[in-house]
Every structure is written in C-alpha cells, then in structure tokens.
Design a protein around this ligand. Structure first.
Ligand SMILES: Nc1ncnc2c1ncn2[C@@H]1O[C@H](COP(=O)(O)OP(=O)(O)O)[C@@H](O)[C@H]1O
Ligand SMILES: [Mg+2]
Length: 216
C-alpha cells in the first residue's frame, strides 16, 4: 500500500491507489461507455412536471447518499413509461457514485437472470454470480421483471433482494411495471423494495413522457 506523508506528520493513502480502486470498481461494474454518458448534466429535466420531480428526487438521493446509505430507507425506484428516462436517471446516480469510488454493480435484469439460471448447475460460478449482486455496495437492477417472469426468476431475485434487505444494502431499480404490477408478480420482493424506497418511488405515466417519441 502506498502512503503519502503529509507535512503535519499524518499519512494519507496515495491518490493513485484511490484512482486504481475506482477504475477497478468501474471495470467490474458492468457499466458500458454508452451508460457512462448518462449524466444529470445531459438530462433535460424541464420537459414536464413529472420529469422535474424525478430529476429532483434522483439528484437529492445522489447528493445525500452518504447519509442515506446505511438507513432502512436507502433505495430508489424509477417505474413506468418506456423511454421516459428511467435508465438515464438510474445511471446518472450510479455514475455520480462511481465517480466517488462507491462500488455500483449494474444488473440488466433479463441478461443477468438468464446468466444466473444457466450457471445453476455449476455451483462455483452460480455462487460467484449471486455474491456479486448480493454484496455490491450499490446494486442497479435495470428493467426489473421485463418479459415473461418464471418462478425461477422470482426465486433468484428474492434471494438477492432479501439478502440486501437484511443487510440494509441500497438498490436502484428501474422497471416498466407500476407498483401494483410489481406486487402482483411477487409481493415479497415488491413490498421490500417499496418499503426501502420510501420517498424515492418515481412513477412516469403517459406516452407523452417517451423521450424517444417526442424527441429532444
Ligand atoms: N429528459 C431527458 N433528457 C435527456 N435525455 C433523455 C431524457 N429522457 C430520456 N433520455 C434519453 O432517451 C433515451 C431513452 O431513455 P431511457 O432512460 O433509456 O428510458 P427508459 O429506461 O425509461 O426506457 C436514452 O438515450 C436517454 O439518454
Ligand atoms: Mg430502461
């Protein structure tokens, strides 16, 4: 470990080491270059009342993260309309945390759950994959419950979400489902997410919020 000796006689970890750790975290985060570009700075929040509200909540979550992170209510959810900026705002939070060297793991629901299920007969790999999502400092689940959801999908997600719930580890969720739809898919999962996201449940309703259709 490299230390810098400061003039007042104290030692401080070398910045290059901090940078190396940050780079390592980004490398394992699963966040692609495209997603690294999704920032608060390039999000146009003044499009609608819903967009302003979502932006302010995301900003406030990100800004106050160090106070929020260990609390019971330490998660955030972006729900509803396709193309409304759910992934963009989730990534804006993740990017601001990654910039501060906080480990965020990106979990695109469909792809990750397929990979988890494929590795189910390979215990070592399965455990490795599950550990990554269970113990990440912050977990970003993108497009939760997209597509047809099986019992095996629900079991794997419950295992991850319940573990994080017990350990009070924060989760950022994006999903096209609304609260009632999430509850109908699995009440145990949805109720934990809703409880831990109190004050930070953002729901986009209506086609007019589809950024891809309406344009910049
Ligand atoms: N308010 C916004 N300002 C700037 N870009 C936006 C905004 N909302 C969405 N986008 C862009 O539109 C595309 C779709 O947004 P995305 O966050 O992927 O939608 P969702 O996850 O809700 O389906 C992305 O390229 C995103 O960067
Ligand atoms: Mg999305």
């Amino acid at each position: 470990m490299t230390f810098l000796l400061l003039e007042d006689g104290t030692a401080k970890e070398c910045e290059c080491r901090a940078l190396r750790i940050a780079e390592e975290k980004l490398k394992i985060s699963g966040v692609s270059e495209e997603f690294r570009q999704m920032r608060f700075e390039n999000f146009s929040y003044e499009r609608s009342v819903e967009t302003i509200d979502a932006y302010l909540k995301a900003k406030s979550y990100s800004k106050n993260f160090s106070d929020i992170r260990a609390a019971r209510q330490n998660s955030i959810m972006f729900l509803g309309q396709v193309g409304s900026g759910k992934t963009h705002l989730s990534m804006a939070i993740a990017n601001s945390l990654l910039d501060k060297s906080i480990g965020v793991i990106y979990m695109p629901f469909r792809d990750s759950i397929t990979k988890i299920k494929q590795s189910i007969t390979d215990e070592v790999n399965y455990n490795k994959e599950m550990e990554l999502y269970k113990n990440a400092q912050v977990l970003l689940i993108d497009d939760l419950f997209k597509g047809s959801v099986t019992t095996a999908d629900i079991n794997a997600m419950f295992s991850i979400i319940n573990y994080r719930y017990m350990k009070k580890l924060p989760i950022i969720v994006s999903s096209e489902k609304n609260i009632n739809e999430l509850l109908a898919i699995d009440e145990a999962i949805a109720s934990r997410l809703i409880e831990t996201s109190k004050g930070f449940v953002i729901e986009f309703k209506g086609k007019h919020l589809n950024y891809r259709l309406v344009g910049a």
